[in-house]
Design a protein around this ligand. Structure first.
Ligand code: SF4
Ligand code: FES
Length: 383
């Protein structure tokens, strides 16, 4: 589907988004220090109601969106999740649940399966129980996750395991892959931490070494060859050791749309923290208007906005200039070339962060509502 509205006369027509990430809530029992939610978390009273989310789902289907990801926070904290899944399935949308798994059991999963859920993506913080529960900040979480994985496959639902990897768990990547096989996952996503918001505050606790990264890359390559046809391994490498950036979200406002709990439409999960934007609300306006007509979505769409060196670069329609949120986080200007690119005049800030990486990980600043607190790496006390 295309639309007449486009940011510049010479630009190609804007295509409909492929996927919609619905962040139903920021509430979550876990406290991961790399959480992709904004540092200022929205509270339950600010969340959109069931009827409004259903209306958004209807607009998504009409817009040509194919996949809906129910996310959070922890989306199963919303009592109306089965109702929303049933509504989405009835509209012909492919439904994926992105969950930490700690609030679900066999019975509540069966309700979701009956509602038409197509896929479950279950996150793990580590394979080693003590480490996993320290990183997630929730005692008892690992057993619940392991139990849920069994219930997902028993229900006949496809399962993806998600591991966010960093200096404090990356050495156990081979065991993570083994766990994926053991639990019957068809896919495992190994994603290095991307540094904005909570994770940027925790960069010194999370940034791996070059040696750790090289070992992980070799592990992934060997496992992909060994497990071909049995399990897919998606791998998101870390920007801090890259020479070229990733095409964040497949390019700004090109393929994906996020909706925050309060109904702000965003081109990615971190955009809400960018200053100087008037984000469109789907609580008061339509999804189509947000996608096609809003200044916020059109600002960095395509290539016309790009500064040099992107403007003259042959990769400008490959990586779309990298990540706007990372450019803002590291340079204070979301319109600059992503510093992950070695051609960026700001690439030095990334190299400097790697050089400044301490031998000992910094204390975690856990995700939470209100003022942030730090915790030593052994997790024994809160300051
Ligand atoms: Fe990508 Fe811009 Fe770097 Fe070229 S200069 S590789 S378009 S970030
Ligand atoms: Fe926002 Fe990359 S996370 S553009």
């Amino acid at each position: 589907m295309s639309h007449a509205s486009s940011p510049a006369a010479e630009s190609p027509p804007v295509e409909a988004p492929m996927g919609l990430l619905m962040e139903l809530t920021h509430r979550c029992p876990l406290r991961c220090p790399y959480c992709s939610n904004p540092v200022e978390l929205q509270r339950a009273g600010e969340e959109m109601d069931t009827a409004t989310w259903k209306r958004v789902l209807g607009e998504a289907a009409a817009l040509g969106i194919l996949q809906v990801h129910f996310s959070g926070g922890e989306p199963t904290a919303r009592k109306d999740l089965p109702d929303l899944v049933r509504h989405a399935a009835g509209l012909g949308l492919y439904t994926n649940l992105i969950t930490s798994g700690v609030l679900l059991d066999g019975a509540s999963l069966a309700v979701l399966a009956d509602a038409g859920l197509d896929h479950v993506q279950l996150s793990f913080q580590d394979v080693e129980v003590e480490s996993a529960e320290r990183i997630g900040g929730m005692p008892g979480a690992q057993a619940r996750k392991l139990a849920l994985a069994g219930q997902v496959t028993a229900a006949g639902l496809p399962l993806t395991l998600n591991f966010v990897v960093h200096r404090q768990n990356l050495d156990r990547l081979p065991q993570m892959i083994d766990l994926g096989l053991e639990l019957g996952a068809g896919r495992i996503e190994v994603a290095h931490v991307q540094y904005y918001g909570w994770s940027l505050m925790n960069r010194d606790a999370l940034l791996p070494s070059r040696a750790q990264l090289d070992a992980a890359t070799a592990t992934v390559e060997a496992a992909r060859a060994r497990l071909k046809g049995r399990m897919v391994i998606d791998y998101v490498p870390p920007d801090y050791y890259a020479a070229r950036p990733k095409a964040c979200m497949g390019g700004w406002a090109r393929r994906f749309m996020n909706i925050s709990p309060a109904g702000l439409a965003l081109p990615c999960h971190a955009a809400e923290t960018l200053p100087g934007f008037d984000w469109p609300s789907v609580a008061t306006g339509s999804l189509a208007a947000a996608w096609y007509d809003s200044e916020a979505f059109n600002r960095y769409r395509g290539t016309a906005w790009m500064p040099e060196p992107c403007q003259g670069c042959e990769r400008r329609e490959v990586d779309w200039g990298g990540c706007r949120c990372q450019a803002f986080a590291l340079t204070g200007d979301a319109g600059r070339t992503d510093p992950a690119c070695a051609l960026s005049p700001d690439h030095g800030v990334m190299l400097a962060a790697v050089r400044a990486r301490g031998e000992v990980p910094a204390e975690f600043i856990y995700r939470q509502y209100g003022p942030a607190k730090t915790v030593p790496v052994d997790g024994t006390q809160v300051r």
